[in-house]
Write a protein that binds this ligand. Structure first.
Ligand code: HEC
Length: 129
């Protein structure tokens, strides 16, 4: 009887701590939408970029977006040749700098939830199919 009471208490405590509310831990798209305003200037309100030099984020894998943002923040995602500009992307390093881990999860959840216009290269590579 007593162990049952302890078990119930443990479950209640776990719920109070937020276990089971996976969306908070994994990123909240609604919260991400609120945080996305500065990003939309370049990545577009639909997440597809206002010009080809701004990558499409809409429909991209959430973990990919999170990884990219952590790398920009760490100064470890930039030009592929360190001789040119190191591994720091001047724009995105600055944009990612103030983000918390939760901001990154929320932004990634939001952009990955948007309809994708991503496509593969079928028919676009000479000699390919
Ligand atoms: C001033 C324009 C600008 C703003 C504002 C901006 N970005 Fe970017 N973003 C870029 C550019 C340019 C790149 C491509 C950089 C590169 O070559 O690595 C990029 C790349 C990215 C990537 C990597 C995409 C990929 O497929 O490699 C992510 C993720 C990203 N931005 C998220 C964001 C988020 C989230 C915000 C808002 C907090 C934001 N960006 C604000 C210009 C911008």
């Amino acid at each position: 009887m007593q162990s049952r009471t302890i078990l119930v208490s443990l479950v209640a405590a776990a719920l109070a701590l937020g276990f089971g509310t996976a969306s908070a831990a994994d990123g909240n798209a609604a919260a991400g939408k609120q945080k996305a305003a500065p990003c939309e200037a370049c990545h577009g309100t639909d997440g597809n970029g206002i010009a080809p030099n701004y990558p499409a984020l809409a429909g991209q894998y959430q973990d990919y977006l999170e990884q990219a943002l952590h790398e920009y923040q760490a100064g470890d995602r930039g030009h592929s040749s360190p001789a040119i500009s190191g591994r720091i992307n001047a724009i995105m390093n600055g944009m990612a700098a103030p983000l918390t881990d939760q901001d990154i999860k929320d932004l990634a959840a939001y952009f990955s939830s948007l309809p994708s216009k991503l496509s593969d290269l079928h028919g676009k590579i000479q000699g390919g199919n």
